[in-house]
Each structure stands twice: as structure tokens, then as C-alpha cells.
Design a binder for this molecule. Structure first.
Ligand SMILES: Nc1nc2c(c(=O)[nH]1)N(C=O)[C@@H](CNc1ccc(C(=O)N[C@@H](CCC(=O)O)C(=O)O)cc1)CN2
Ligand SMILES: Nc1nc2c(ncn2[C@@H]2O[C@H](COP(=O)(O)OP(=O)(O)OP(=O)(O)O)[C@@H](O)[C@H]2O)c(=O)[nH]1
Ligand SMILES: [Mg+2]
Length: 434
């Protein structure tokens, strides 16, 4: 097994740089560079020297003997000054040592997973935590990194295992007095409940996507309605070109912002009108396509007429009357009235957006399926549970087999296909053979 090393802190220069090592040589490397091993898990100030004894830097050294380390292997860290030349010198000294090589992306975490430090969903959570840009992304990632999904899926696996144990008991030991007859009937109620829980968990995928990839708001409306002006007002900077010439915006333009800790992606689009030229028509086509993929459409109008509305496949559409400073009003009560010029109505718009976000994405974003592979396997598992439920009456072996497959699919999400000990569960629940 190679000993791997990498710069674990951010791009230099930085105040301090952390170089991390993992593998069988980690301890020997620290001895070579610093003249000995410090007390485990305690930061110690040392001179770090190259092979000729020349000091590279003075820094903090940490020694984490395996298996009680992040990767489960012997690990060490060297905290140096974060200058480019300091880091480069240490990295080149390390790469010249026997058995050492620079780590591949994610390799520390891969080794930690291989050593059972966390499951696959935990590894995904760590990746999300490092990528998190908003508070809600952090909360979701932190929960997943801490094992929220693992616990959920493992609790479902246990219920499936128990159900199978009950069924196996009925099949194998029905004639013995210790096992009540038709005990498996009790499990189908729980399997119905489990299927319902799985369906509702899977329905959270859209919320997870809104948290991880951003809640998508698309601004549409006729030319000159003030779409780009609103984008700029929401972004707080001149992202889009604004002019009194209709047809100014021809392409889609995105800006990302954080609204109550939630990533929101706002898209400005080309003004929608009939008889547009070829370039504008393509812009309009893109505008409508974006709107149909949105989580929310803001349909702007300066006249109080909202023509050209499509139904964007169930995407909610809010009507917004613009340029309120010009004096036009609208009687309809489900219309928001704004002026990007005087900023009138922008605060209520923000408030409505925040309220909508908390209602649709929600505040509790701790346990959501965050990956397509979660959904794919959940779908397979649910299909098998539904199949087991629908066999009704006959075919106990078949029904048990469907539940086994469902548990297997869940095990693929956490990355442990585990061979379950069905008999062990039976013996722990009944006194068979006593
Ligand atoms: N300097 C430094 N800071 C860091 C990390 C690191 O590796 N180095 N981390 C890196 O991600 C995070 C902390 N995560 C860590 C997770 C587990 C262990 C660890 O040694 N686990 C052992 C023992 C745990 C214990 O003592 O309770 C284990 O799991 O067996 C270390 C760091 C964030 N901050
Ligand atoms: N008085 C007033 N003028 C506004 C307001 N919002 C935008 N305008 C003006 O309306 C004109 C069109 O604004 P844009 O934001 O470029 O409109 P648009 O909908 O993006 O237009 P296209 O990109 O051409 O489709 C510009 O001259 C803006 O200055 C407003 O709230 N009040
Ligand atoms: Mg525009």
C-alpha cells in the first residue's frame, strides 16, 4: 500500500498550509523530517528538515496512528507557512521518499470508506460539505456526512430483515410450538408503512435538488417589461444590460444569490413577442425552455396585461406589474407590483420569495435523497416491496425473496451489500430448538 500525501488546505498562498499523509510510511516520514514522532493527536512545534538537514520551515506536526485516524491508516499532518515555495519544497522532498506518492482526488476519503470509517452516503455528504456555498447546503451535507441517510436506510434494512425472518420462521418452523402460526401476517402492515415512508422520502428529491443545485427562478415577459432591471435589482449589481430598446436581452443570463441561506438561481431571458427576427426568436425559444424547467416563473408586464403566457408544465407563475413609479396600477390581487427604479415593492417580493422557499424547500432539510443513485435504488427497493405486498396469500418464499432484493438495493446505497444472518434474527426472537 502506497503512502499518499497532498496539500489539504486551499490554494496558496495562505496563512497556514496543511499537508496530510496517510499510509504505512506516515510515521517514518515524520521521524525522517522532524527527528521523531510527537505524542499522538497533539500538535507539536518542530523544525521540518530536508535530507541534508536544511530547515524547510518550522511548523506544527500531528501524528494520528491507525486505526483511530480519519482514514483508518497511520496518518500525519504537517502545518507549515502557506507560501508557494515552502509548500513546493516540502511536496518535492516528500515525493522523493520511497513508497510515497501524491494522492489522487478523494483518495483519503476512499481509504476511509474502505476502512469502514463511513458509508457511501457519508462520503457523499463530505463531498457536499466541502462544496457547500449556502447555509441550507451546509445543513443538508452535514446531516448526510454525520450518517443521517445511513441510519435511515439501515433502519429500513433492519425492518426488511425482520420481516423476512418472520416469514422464514413461518415457512421453516410452522409446525413447532415455539413459533406462533401465521406470524408473517404481522409483517405486512409494517411493510405497507415502510413503502409509504419510502414514497414520501423519495418525494423529497426535488427539495434536495433545490438545495444542492439551487432554486431556479426564471423571469419572462414582453420586451422592455423591465426583466433585466429586476434581475439587476435582485442581484444588487448591474449583471444585465438595460436599455429602452425593446429586444435588448437576447440570450439567457443567470445570477446566483443566497436568499435566507438557500441558493437561488435567477435567470433573465429575451423579451417574448411575435414576429421576432431569427436571433431574437432563438432567444425566445430558450426563454420558454428555461421557464418550463424552472421552480418558479416571474411573468413581468408593464401594461397590466399578461399575454403570451404558457402553462409551463405545472411550474408556478407569479404575475408582476413593473414600473409602478409610472403610476399604472392593477386591481387584481394576485399581482405583485414593483419598481426596480424606486425599489418600491422589492421588499414584499423578497418576502414572498422567502416564504415560498420555506414552504416548498422547507426548513428541515436533514434527510433527503441527494443523488440519482439513491433514487434509482430506492425505486428498485420500493418496487420489490410492492411486489411482495401484492403476492397476497400464496408464495411466501417469493415474497420473502422480493424483500431480500429490496434490502439488497438499500445496501447498495450505503455501499455494504452485507450478507444478512436471517437465522440469527429468528433465534433472537423465538426460542426455536430450546
Ligand atoms: N487538521 C485537520 N482538521 C480537520 C480534519 C483533518 O483531517 N485535519 N478533518 C478531516 O476531514 C475534519 C475533522 N474530521 C476528522 C474526522 C475523524 C478524525 C479521526 O481521527 N477519527 C478517528 C478518531 C476519532 C476520535 O478521536 O473520536 C476515528 O474515526 O477513528 C479526524 C478528523 C475537519 N478538520
Ligand atoms: N420608470 C421605470 N423604468 C424602468 C423600470 N424598470 C425598467 N425600466 C426601464 O425600462 C426599460 C427596459 O428595461 P429592461 O430592464 O432592459 O427591460 P427588459 O424586459 O429586460 O427588456 P428586453 O431585454 O428588451 O426584453 C429601460 O429603459 C429601463 O430603464 C422601473 O421600475 N421604472
Ligand atoms: Mg432584458
Amino acid at each position: 500500500m502506497d503512502t499518499i500525501f497532498a496539500l489539504s488546505s486551499g490554494a496558496p498562498p495562505s496563512g497556514v498550509a496543511v499537508i496530510r499523509l496517510s499510509g504505512p510510511q506516515a510515521g517514518a516520514v515524520i521521524e525522517t523530517l522532524t527527528g521523531g514522532l510527537p505524542e499522538p493527536r497533539v500538535a507539536s512545534l518542530r523544525s521540518i528538515r530536508d535530507r541534508n538537514g536544511a530547515i524547510i520551515d518550522r511548523g506544527l506536526v500531528l501524528w494520528f496512528p491507525g486505526p483511530g485516524s480519519f482514514t483508518g491508516e497511520d496518518c500525519a499532518e504537517i502545518h507549515l507557512h502557506g507560501g508557494r515555495a515552502v509548500i513546493d519544497r516540502l511536496l518535492s522532498v516528500l515525493s522523493e521518499l520511497e513508497g510515497l506518492r501524491i494522492a489522487e482526488a478523494g483518495e483519503f476519503s476512499r481509504r476511509a470508506f474502505a476502512n469502514g470509517k463511513f458509508d457511501l452516503t457519508g462520503a457523499e455528504g463530505l463531498a457536499d460539505l466541502i462544496g457547500a456555498e449556502t447555509e441550507s447546503q451546509r445543513v443538508l451535507a452535514m446531516a448526510q456526512a454525520s450518517g443521517a441517510l445511513r441510519q435511515l436506510y439501515e433502519s429500513w434494512q433492519e425492518r426488511l430483515l425482520h420481516a423476512r425472518a418472520m416469514i422464514e420462521a413461518e415457512i421453516d418452523f410452522a409446525d413447532e410450538d415455539d413459533v406462533p402460526g401465521s406470524v408473517s401476517e404481522q409483517v405486512w402492515d409494517d411493510m405497507e408503512r415502510l413503502a409509504a415512508e419510502m414514497r414520501s422520502h423519495m418525494a423529497g428529491a426535488k427539495r434536495a435538488a433545490a438545495v444542492r443545485e439551487g432554486f431556479r427562478i426564471v423571469i419572462i415577459g414582453p420586451p422592455n417589461a423591465g426583466k433585466s432591471s429586476l434581475l439587476n435589482a435582485l442581484a444588487g449589481s448591474d449583471v444585465a444590460i438595460v436599455s429602452d430598446e425593446p429586444g435588448t436581452t437576447r440570450d439567457v443570463l443567470e445570477t446566483r444569490l443566497s436568499l435566507s441561506g438557500q441558493l437561488v438561481i435567477i435567470t433573465d431571458t429575451a423579451g417574448i413577442r411575435e414576429n421576432a427576427g431569427a436571433i431574437e426568436a432563438e432567444g425566445i425559444r430558450r426563454a420558454l425552455a428555461r421557464a418550463s424547467e424552472a421552480d418558479l416563473v416571474l411573468h413581468l408586464s408593464e401594461t397590466g396585461r399578461w399575454d403570451f403566457v404558457g402553462d409551463f408544465g405545472g411550474v408556478p407563475v407569479w404575475r408582476v406589474l413593473t414600473k409602478s413609479d409610472l403610476g399604472r396600477t392593477c386591481r387584481e390581487d394576485d399581482v405583485l407590483t414593483i419598481s426596480s427604479k424606486t425599489e418600491e415593492g422589492l421588499k414584499p417580493l423578497f418576502d414572498s420569495l422567502e416564504k415560498h422557499l420555506s414552504e416548498t424547500v422547507g426548513r428541515d432539510v436533514s434527510t433527503l435523497p441527494t443523488r440519482q443513485r439513491h433514487l434509482d435504488n430506492l425505486r428498485l427497493a420500493l418496487r420489490d416491496i410492492e411486489a411482495a405486498l401484492s403476492f397476497r396469500g400464496d408464495g411466501l418464499e417469493l415474497r420473502a425473496e422480493s424483500l431480500r432484493r429490496a434490502a439488497f438495493s438499500l445496501g447498495r446505497i450505503t455501499g455494504q451489500h452485507g450478507v444478512e444472518d436471517v437465522l440469527g434474527v429468528i433465534f433472537s426472537e423465538f426460542c426455536v430448538g430450546k
